[in-house]
Design a protein around this ligand. Structure first.
Ligand SMILES: CC(C)(COP(=O)(O)OP(=O)(O)OC[C@H]1O[C@@H](n2cnc3c(N)ncnc32)[C@H](O)[C@@H]1OP(=O)(O)O)[C@@H](O)C(=O)NCCC(=O)NCCS
Length: 201
């Protein structure tokens, strides 16, 4: 868990209306603030209906972790603001989404993928990115064989992500959290990205 004054948690499902609003606001803020870091765009997602946002979150094959400014210690009834997020796609989700993970990686085990990682600029450099990644490690480590009825057989688990080559902050963060570079990617069809992976045995 993130250290005070922050709280880190997975968005519970089924998602509540207030969480839906907080999530869509945060995601749109990330696309608006750092358009060069994402393949999707503010223009595309700003016209999403509530049902589209809901279907993103009410999907058992994904989990989205949030960091909020709410203290995890009492009294904790102050106003909270969501300031960081990261989604992990599980093996079943990845079977339905086209991705160009290097074959030598995807052939080695069950894939999990980090997407939509973002920390609000005023909260960067405080370890929130690391905290989110470690929550992701915990999630992957605890992922149960057959939990989602998706055919997971208990082989090696690999947590992968694709990052633009010029995104040095993010690459340094992932390297610090023991991801290794495993191949070139073509993020957003534009090239200039690298795949990074971490194995779980
Ligand atoms: C990349 C990002 C998520 C990092 O979040 P963060 O909360 O600032 O990261 P942390 O505070 O946990 O930093 C962890 C490590 O990352 C590196 N790092 C992160 N930001 C850095 C910066 N501005 N300058 C130098 N190193 C940085 C450091 O190695 C740091 O280790 P340290 O704490 O020992 O110095 C954040 O900058 C961000 O949201 N960027 C825009 C969106 C983005 O690029 N997403 C990733 C897409 S793949």
């Amino acid at each position: 868990m993130a250290q005070d004054p922050y709280t880190l948690f997975p968005i519970p499902t089924p998602v509540s209306d207030s969480h839906l609003t907080a999530f869509s606001t945060l995601r749109l803020l990330s696309l608006h603030t750092d358009p060069s870091r994402f393949c999707s765009t503010y223009a595309r997602e700003s016209v999403f209906t509530p049902d589209i946002w809901r279907s993103r979150l009410d999907d058992n094959n994904k989990v989205t972790f949030i960091v909020s400014t709410r203290s995890s210690l009492p009294p904790n009834d102050e106003e909270e603001e969501w300031v960081a997020m990261m989604t992990i796609l599980g093996p079943a989700a990845l079977r339905n989404i086209p991705h160009d993970t290097p074959v030598e990686i995807s052939a080695r085990g069950e894939l999990f993928m980090i997407v939509s990682m973002w920390v609000h600029p005023t909260h960067r450099g405080k370890g929130l990115g690391s905290q989110l990644i470690r929550a992701g490690f915990d999630h992957v480590e605890k992922y149960q064989v057959g939990k989602l009825g998706d055919g997971y057989t208990g082989e090696l688990k690999l947590l992968v992500l694709e990052v633009l080559k010029d995104n040095e902050d993010a690459r340094r963060l992932y390297a610090k959290e023991s991801f290794v570079e495993v191949g070139e990617g073509a993020l957003c069809q534009g090239g200039g990205s690298v795949w990074m992976a971490k194995s779980f045995y």
